[in-house]
Design a protein around this ligand. Structure first.
Ligand code: TRP
Ligand code: SF4
Length: 404
């Protein structure tokens, strides 16, 4: 077992609050679909997080979880390469959350910007709860449990990854130190064997004196590839490279998702709370009708009035869906009143509707095989639990919650 950072691992989650829309797709999902082929990805449905604000009425939770999973598959997430699971199927998240809650100062949680913001925005709900305050800490547990190198999220979640890093640092500070660390490290170095021991010392010195990253990399590889030493010694040697003790919970990094602006049908940002969304599986004819009626540059009242794409939400959709030639045609035609708004929308509508049609069809295929879906999430949970258990075993050990 190893608690070394998983340099190829990526983790992210999404709350099941209803069917996904194009804002969710271009804001996160599309990026996940690409990442799954480059990294060892873990993606989960954050059903416990949905409870932090939606605790009163949980009646549709199962339905929403199912919908999100099918939407993911329809959008191209591939359970053959990525691990897809549901948070509450992996109770280890809850245990780590509890343990982390012991070391997390209240003030850290109170000053997370989303805490006050959300309370102010969702005035109709009582969010003065223990669970809601703990939202970012539950998210920290979600992340640290898998020791990922990267967490792909949008701008709005950066503060949550930041507190995750602080919590990890605090944890490592308390529990990553052994009273006789130096002596144990000495023994571990000897255990590498004569030549490797010398090489390890040299590389460590080079890294510490010059900050040469390749020396650190080589030393890490040397330790990781050595199968004569124990797991505990391997951790000590990795921890010693960077200075102090053992890094039980490595600090993850944000992988900022590049997100285009996705306007809703009324021109404001697409969002469920505005009721202006286009769902991934909406009926194509309805979508087409709605897009034809979508607001444009308000200055173009008559067909003969020139317009400005920069003031038009339809243009934002062209930026996502249209190629360079079409965009040029729009730009010129709009500014010179050479084309009407319906002409302008047409190629974008065709592309968007074709995409929705494809997702709708794939979703339908999955909906017809409920066993396939439950198989995917139960296999995902199994795999996730394996990874989670490794971390939690180690966490329990260093906190002296188990012997050994
Ligand atoms: N809070 C995230 C959101 O609302 C969802 C989430 C929960 C998450 N746990 C996570 C995202 C862990 C990344 C990693 O979008
Ligand atoms: Fe918007 Fe296109 Fe109409 Fe210009 S022509 S205002 S870009 S919809």
């Amino acid at each position: 077992m190893s608690v070394t950072p998983q340099t190829r691992r990526v983790l992210s989650g999404m709350r099941p609050t209803g069917p996904l829309h194009l804002g969710n797709y271009h804001g996160a999902l599309r990026n996940w679909v690409e990442l799954q082929y480059q990294y060892d990805c873990y993606f989960f449905v954050a059903d416990w997080h949905a409870l932090t604000t939606g605790y009163e009425d949980t009646g549709r939770l199962q339905e929403f979880i199912h919908t999100v999973v099918v939407d993911w598959l329809a959008a191209g997430l591939n359970p053959g390469v990525a691990t897809l699971f549901v948070q509450s199927h992996v109770p280890e998240h809850a245990e780590l959350h509890l343990l982390l809650s012991m070391i997390t100062p209240l003030s850290w949680l109170e000053r997370v910007p989303t805490y006050k913001d959300q309370q102010a925005q969702l005035k109709e709900k009582d969010l003065a709860t223990y669970g809601f305050l703990g939202y970012p800490l539950l998210q920290s547990a979600d992340i640290l449990l898998y020791r990922p190198a990267y967490v792909p999220v949008g701008e709005d979640q950066v503060a949550h990854v930041e507190i995750t890093r602080e919590v990890a640092r605090r944890f490592n500070h308390f529990y990553g130190r052994e009273p006789d660390f130096e002596a144990k490290v000495e023994k571990a170095i000897k255990g590498l064997g004569g030549r490797n021991a010398t090489l390890y010392r040299d590389l460590r010195r080079t890294w510490q004196e010059t900050g040469a990253g390749d020396a650190l990399e080589r030393a890490r590889t040397l330790v990781q590839d050595n199968n004569r030493i124990t797991v505990a010694d391997r951790e000590r040697l990795l921890g010693y490279l960077e200075g102090g003790g053992v890094s039980i919970l490595p600090e993850p990094q944000v992988l900022l998702t590049p997100t285009p602006r996705v306007p809703g049908l009324d021109g404001r940002k697409m969002s469920k709370s505005y009721g202006n969304t286009i769902g991934l599986r909406d009926d194509p004819d309805t979508v087409e009708k709605k897009l034809r009626a979508m607001v444009t540059d308000p200055a173009r009242v008559r067909r003969t009035d020139p317009g400005d794409p920069d003031k038009c939400p339809v243009w934002d959709l062209h930026r996502i869906y249209s190629d360079e030639t079409t965009r040029q045609w729009v730009n010129e035609g709009c500014r010179s009143a050479g084309i009407g708004c319906l002409d302008c929308k047409k190629p974008m509508i065709d592309k968007l509707v074709a995409q929705i049609r494809g997702m709708r069809k794939r979703a339908q295929e999955f909906e017809e095989q409920p066993d396939l879906i439950s198989g995917i999430v139960s296999e995902g949970a199994e795999k996730a639990r394996e990874a989670a258990r490794e971390t939690l075993d180690e966490v329990r050990r260093v906190m002296h919650l188990r012997a050994g």
